[in-house]
Design a protein around this ligand. Structure first.
Ligand code: C2O
Ligand code: CU
Length: 513
């Protein structure tokens, strides 16, 4: 199964189709994108709409003490821009989804129902869990069907997220609005004096770019090489958003929920902020920064101080996509955006000073690695292979640590995301990682020709017939085949055949063992 877009790109190889494609692009006003016009919305965004805060998902404890959530994927209609209706998709609502929240040690159950008229899945990005509960392409849910994964939360407090992962169609499903945050809590985080009142001084900030047609519909067929690069930003689905701040410090949980665009976040007055957490949880200590660059799928928790009556704007500055090169205009490398205005009240509640130490991060030692593997990302392939649902690319033994050497051997920016684990970045082109890569990560940026070495431990779950994924998180690249599959097996065990396409991802370990 290939996405419409992948087929279209192939078709565009013929002269006639290419000419038609150019006509189509001209008529929807997107020809500029082919020549790479830079986008700059700084000073243009009205900030007239209060930032929507995704509601915390209701949950109840079942008879076994498990935390039970329900979630549906449905089509809907949203007013994403003032006065215009847009057809969108959402989880338990018309756009995005509620914030799920659970604590380490809890068993969670999610009762998911697919209200779309096509297959989808729900993947728990960043979560350590059994492969059959992962919500990757093998756990497709039919229209009208349901899926009820359950797992124990067993990893540090973190800002994770969830989104569909249907093979070949992930970009479209996420772009239309299917995504939400999944916040994990634990005892270590709870002991620290950090802002944590949800929606007040601890605020989800889901940043997405869109491109709208005149009738308000989402333009989905842009042909930039990285995917859709929109000219309009939404935060939590709100256009032109402001956040009323009532405390001296505010914690922003930044999620790049875009399909292709990389942001380099910073403030309008260049003030410093404290980076306290990355994808998989808190850092060992806060890092003072004035920029944090996030590619699609990455998260960062920052704490920023504000003065009474102040207004300051969170912006995205031109990201560094291809260090040492200025050829990144067509990839959004010269674009700037106003993202979110912070408006401080005339009197602010006091906030505690930030702790100087946060958590201990036990270092994974590459000397302990049972395997060192190499992955090269090039074109839309990993190690020269295009994603195949029926092929297991990598077999890992449970209970081992591995080093993955991942190299972008291509002239375009990519990223690398691994399911099931949080990894540690050992080095970037042989250099020590910067603060933003010093903690737990599940997604890492890979500029052209850059090589990262990652250490990761595969613990707790083995299932020879349910694969996990690793892939580029530029979702069009993923859809076009830049993805591979790995299984975690008991030591000495073989991989089994992946489940047949479209089958719900039950654990077939007994059948194939
Ligand atoms: Cu956020 Cu495999 O995905
Ligand atoms: Cu890519």
């Amino acid at each position: 199964m290939r996405s419409r877009r992948a087929r279209w790109l192939k078709a565009a190889g013929s002269g006639l189709s290419a000419a038609l494609a150019v006509l189509a692009l001209t008529s929807c006003g997107a020809l500029d994108e082919l020549t790479g016009t830079k986008i700059d919305t700084v000073g243009q965004v009205p900030f007239e709409n209060r930032l929507a805060i995704p509601p915390l998902a209701d949950s109840k404890l079942d008879a076994d003490g498990r935390r039970l959530f329900t979630l549906t994927a449905d089509p809907g209609e949203s007013e994403l821009r003032p006065g215009a209706k847009t057809d969108t998709w959402g989880f338990s609502g018309s756009y995005l989804g509620p914030t799920l929240r659970a604590s380490r040690g809890e068993q969670v159950v999610v009762d998911f129902r697919n209200g779309l008229d096509e297959e989808t899945t729900v993947h728990w990005h960043g979560m350590h869990l059994p492969a059959a509960a992962d919500g990757g392409p093998h756990q497709a849910v039919e229209p009208g069907g349901s899926w009820t994964p359950t797992w124990e939360i067993d990893q540090p407090a973190a800002t994770l997220w969830y989104h569909p992962h249907p093979h070949g169609d992930t970009e479209e499903h996420v772009y239309r609005g299917l995504a939400g945050m999944f916040i994990l809590d634990d005892a270590e985080e709870a002991e620290l004096d950090l802002p944590r009142e949800y929606g007040v001084d601890d605020v989800p900030v889901i940043v997405q770019d869109k491109r709208f047609a005149d009738d308000g519909s989402l333009i989905e067929d842009e042909r930039e090489r990285l995917g859709i690069l929109g000219d309009t930003l939404l935060v939590n689905g709100t256009y032109g958003p402001y956040l009323d701040v009532s405390t001296e410090r505010v914690r922003l949980r930044l999620l790049n929920g875009s399909t292709a665009r990389t942001y380099d976040f910073g403030f309008s007055d260049q003030r410093d902020f404290a980076l306290i957490a990355t994808d998989g949880g808190l850092l060992e200590r806060p890092a003072e920064l004035d920029r944090i660059q996030l590619s699609p799928g990455e998260r960062a928790e920052i704490v920023v101080a504000i003065e009474p009556r102040e207004r300051v704007v969170l912006r995205s500055y031109p990201p560094d996509l291809e260090p040492g090169s200025d050829s990144s205009r067509q990839d959004g490398g010269e674009d700037s955006f106003d993202v979110l205005q912070l408006r401080a009240a005339t009197a602010l509640e006091p906030s505690a000073a930030l702790p100087t130490e946060l958590v201990d991060i036990p270092k994974l030692d590459p000397a302990d690695a049972a395997e060192t593997r190499e992955f090269e990302l090039r074109s839309r392939r990993i190690n020269d292979e295009e994603m195949d649902m029926d092929r297991i690319d990598t077999v890992v033994s449970k209970g081992t640590t591995e080093v993955w050497e991942v190299e972008n051997g291509h002239g375009q920016p990519h990223t690398f995301h691994v399911h099931d684990v949080q990894f540690q970045v050992l080095d970037v082109d042989g250099e020590d990682p910067p603060p933003e890569l010093s903690g737990w990560k599940d997604t890492v940026q890979l500029p052209p020709r850059v090589k990262v070495r990652l250490a990761m431990a595969f613990e707790d779950y083995a299932d020879p017939s349910s694969p996990y994924m690793y892939h580029c998180h530029l979702l069009r690249h993923e859809d076009e085949g830049m993805m591979g599959q790995f299984v975690v097996v008991e030591p000495g065990e073989q991989a089994a055949e992946p489940p047949a396409h479209g089958e719900p991802g039950h654990n077939h370990a007994e059948d194939h063992g």
